[in-house]
Ligand binder design. Structure first.
Ligand code: SME
Length: 161
């Protein structure tokens, strides 16, 4: 499988969000863009911090998923609690992994931090063990930095994040 060109994905993410202030609309299209662009993924989307220390399901592409994940729980919760990107080659070896779709075997989760607050996470799953490499984790983290630059004001004002 060829390496994903994350500079291209980033340029496309910038293009499709340009001029649109609505966060949910932008996150929806970014999940569709990444799901379309990356080979061998079965879930791409967001969990948003919409209750204290709690991630709630946000815009995504893929099968029905878990609704709420506490900080510290599973791979997503680990990303939120540690504020570091999680690159997991085999989720079955990750203590506390939450199996939303039994087809998922590998995962990358990027924490999203705005004004020092963890506003959510960007989660990608693959059915293939070791599908994601450091190249993917780095590229997706860079995309995460762009996602952090979107308009989070409504969520920050409305929620007890
Ligand atoms: N597997 C994740 C839960 C979210 S789903 O993959 C969409 C986890 O352990 O955090």
């Amino acid at each position: 499988m060829s390496k994903t060109d994350y500079d291209l994905v980033l340029a496309q993410a910038e293009a499709i969000t340009s001029g649109e202030p609505d966060l949910i609309a932008n996150l929806s299209n970014i999940s569709a863009l990444v799901y379309d662009h990356l080979a061998d993924v079965n879930w791409v989307g967001f969990y948003l911090t919409r209750a204290p220390e709690t991630l709630v399901l946000g815009p995504f592409q893929g099968k029905v998923a878990c609704l709420r994940i506490a900080f510290g729980q599973g791979v997503c919760g680990a990303a939120a609690a540690t504020r570091t990107t999680q690159l997991v080659h085999d989720v079955h070896e990750f203590s506390g992994h939450i199996a939303c779709d039994s087809a998922s075997n590998a995962e990358v989760v990027v924490p999203l931090i705005v004004e020092q607050r963890v506003v959510g996470v960007f989660d990608l799953d693959s059915p293939t063990v070791s599908r994601f490499t450091q190249h993917d984790a780095d590229g997706l983290s860079k995309l995460g930095r762009f996602i952090e630059s979107l308009n989070w004001s409504q969520l920050l004002e409305a929620e007890n994040v």
